[in-house]
Design a binder for this molecule. Structure first.
Ligand SMILES: [Zn+2]
Length: 71
């Protein structure tokens, strides 16, 4: 019988949960690819959440790469 942690129905990700910080806690239900669920905080993480995180870090990276060096 399949369970929520069955590797044939879910895929785990080793990334840190951006909501609670837990490591290796994100699981994607392969029957429903819209959002990952964190097994620690039970929160959902969808593609839009991931895009927002990437956009935020991209702005930081752009700022770092274009900032003048302080001497
Ligand atoms: Zn979490």
């Amino acid at each position: 019988m399949a369970t929520a942690t069955d590797t044939t129905t879910t895929k785990g990700f080793t990334h840190r949960c951006p909501k609670c910080g837990a490591e290796d806690s994100l699981r994607l239900d392969l029957a429903d690819l819209r959002a990952m669920t964190c097994k620690e905080c039970d929160d959902e993480l969808g593609p839009d959440d991931i895009r927002a995180i990437i956009a935020g870090w991209t702005r930081v990276l752009r700022w770092i790469e274009t900032a003048p060096e302080v001497e």
